[in-house]
Design a protein around this ligand. Structure first.
Ligand code: SF4
Length: 289
């Protein structure tokens, strides 16, 4: 809904052209003149631009390969994105039997902070789990909600939300679950509680995997075509301004440089727009800006 509101606002601006279903075929040039050949529903077109802002977003991590958590194998294991959709649609039930879950267990850092593959923090998933846990406790106070985490990373306003969630009765345990297994009609989450040094077998009727983000598949092609460096995690690499790249005139915003929430992405959008304006003012004919 938020996205549609912004899109409508953007499309109604006279000086902005939104091109949907459009593909970049070729890219060349350097600041201050980039040439892009695009394929649009109305045919092939050439674009000349003075600057480029990349905003590819990210893709949700697919947890199917983490067999120990049973996603795709156990019906009542869902991702946080799927839970969000279920709550939005008013379909808060166990996929296996369409009954309301009695115990919901969140597993944090799924597909993030793992030295075996994605070692970065996905930034948004702690706040997202707190938000979803609060929604469940508020609308279904009879449902027990537990969150298993490595660290809860909820800076700024998120800290108040975290406190609020605890006040609402959400239980937080430090420890990364080893596995989720079927136990009769329900699920059991095996986890070492690293604060209590205790092995916990938590019963659950619905397990929610707080998945992180991975680079959008377009990132590699864009990086190659535009000669923009990538970071070790496979997202676009940014300089100390957090939006500049190794190529003058090309900027990166939002999750294109690593997963982040909407608020931070919007701040980066404004920052990149300001950087472009400064670049134009200092390098181009003032009329351009
Ligand atoms: S935001 Fe939280 S859940 Fe997400 S990767 Fe970072 S620590 Fe893990």
């Amino acid at each position: 809904d938020t996205f549609s509101t912004y899109l409508n606002r953007i499309e109604s601006q006279n000086n902005i052209t939104v091109m949907k279903k459009t593909e970049i075929l070729e890219f060349s040039g350097s600041f201050p003149k980039f040439l892009t050949l695009i394929n649009t529903p109305d045919g092939t077109k050439k674009l000349t631009t003075n600057a480029v802002i990349l905003a590819t977003g990210f893709q949700p991590y697919n947890p199917s390969s983490l067999k120990q958590y049973g996603y795709g194998l156990l019906g009542d294991v869902v991702t946080s994105f799927e839970l969000e959709r279920m709550l939005k649609d008013g379909h808060f039930f166990r996929p296996s039997n369409k009954e309301k879950p009695e115990i919901v267990v969140f597993i944090q850092c799924v597909g993030s902070r793992d030295c075996g593959f994605n070692d970065y923090c996905s930034d948004f998933c702690c706040n997202n789990a707190v938000k979803l846990a609060k929604i469940i406790r508020r609308s279904h106070p009879d449902v027990r909600v537990s969150v298993f985490y490595i660290d809860m990373r909820t800076p700024y306003e998120g800290e108040n939300e975290f406190r609020d969630a605890r006040r609402l009765g959400v239980h937080f345990y430090r420890g990364k679950p080893a596995q989720v297994r079927k136990d009769g009609d329900s699920l059991t989450v095996e986890v070492e509680d690293t604060l209590e040094n205790d092995l916990v077998f938590a019963k659950a009727s619905l397990v929610v995997l707080s998945i992180g983000g991975v680079p959008d598949p377009t990132v590699n092609q864009l990086s190659e075509a535009m000669h923009v460096d990538l970071s070790d995690s496979g997202f676009f690499a940014v300089d100390e301004t957090m939006v500049g790249t190794n190529v003058e005139g090309i900027f990166v915003v939002g999750a294109a440089s690593g997963p982040k929430d909407t608020a931070y992405s919007m701040v980066q959008g404004s920052c990149a727009a300001a950087k472009v304006e400064v670049l134009f003012r200092t390098s181009l004919n003032p009329k351009v800006s």
